[in-house]
Design a protein around this ligand. Structure first.
Ligand code: NDP
Length: 246
């Protein structure tokens, strides 16, 4: 199987940790030049250095996916590596809580990052993607296909992402831009560190504490596979659960 991405230029949002950082390493190891976006500049600069030291092409650009102006600066900066032909919309937050606890600010943050952030980022890089074709890989979740207690608003954002993504797939297919979804189950990352609801923290621990959950590299593999298919083959969706996740 050919997984070579030589000549491709990939933008990865949320490249400062977890799935985004692992995806950047993997795409880079398979030949892509990578543009690393996130708010934590120190983290993405360290990753840029790591990849550059390995002789690869990488560029860290601080950007907030909820801020269209910072994304525009990222578009201009990214062109230093060439035309962007692969966008991985990975940045996201999962602030689980029972709806009745009313964490309104956290709901807004999830909608802003997981939905509006993806729309703004895609809009910003769309001209590059259409100008010769490419791929958009949206990182949704098992939570975009099944609902669960304490996840109602997170579910709303990821179900929304799934619906939007498939509509966009049809709108862009004649312009040779493939749009796919990667839907992880539980992955060991920093994602759960930001949950503030004690009920949700306890619920998450009871579901996953005794289970071998996924590593970020398991998801990076799915992104790599999707993006490296020959142009006539569109892998629309990959759902990856830990083997023991119900
Ligand atoms: P992490 O918390 O490790 O990564 C989240 C990334 O999102 C960080 O790099 C963070 O960067 C970035 N981010 C958050 N807010 C913003 C913002 N406003 N602008 C730019 N970047 C932002 O978690 P994961 O790697 O697990 O999460 C990656 C994706 O995978 C998310 O979309 C998540 O919903 C999804 N997912 C994860 C699962 C899991 O179990 N871990 C399961 C299913 C889906 P910074 O703070 O530096 O800006």
């Amino acid at each position: 199987m050919n997984l070579d991405l030589t000549g491709r230029v990939a933008v990865i949002t949320g490249a400062s940790s977890g799935i985004g950082a692992a995806t950047a390493r993997s795409l880079s190891a398979h030949g892509a030049a990578v543009v690393l976006l996130a708010r934590r500049g120190d983290r993405i600069q360290a990753l840029q250095q790591e990849l550059s030291d390995a002789g690869r092409s990488a560029l860290a650009i601080e950007a907030d996916v909820t801020d269209a102006a910072s994304l525009q600066r990222a578009v201009v900066g990214a062109r230093e590596l060439g035309r962007v032909d692969l966008l991985v919309n990975n940045a996201g937050v999962m602030l689980l809580s029972p709806f009745e606890e009313g964490h309104v600010a956290e709901w807004k943050q999830m909608v802003d990052v997981n939905v509006t952030g993806v729309l703004l980022t895609t809009n910003a890089f769309l001209d590059d993607l259409r100008d010769g074709g490419g791929d958009i890989v949206n990182i949704s979740s098992v939570a975009g296909r099944t609902s669960g207690r304490n996840a109602s608003v997170y579910n709303a954002t990821k179900w929304g992402l799934v619906g939007w993504s498939d509509a966009l797939r049809m709108e862009l297919q004649e312009q040779d831009v493939r749009v796919g979804l990667v839907e992880p189950g539980a992955v060991a990352t920093e994602l759960t560190d930001h949950i503030t609801s004690e009920t949700a923290i306890a619920g998450f621990k009871s579901r996953f504490d005794d289970m071998k959950i996924l590593e970020s590299e398991d998801i990076a593999d799915a992104v790599l596979y999707m993006a490296s298919r020959p142009r006539h083959a569109a892998v629309n969706e990959i759902l990856v659960r830990p083997a023991l996740q119900p």
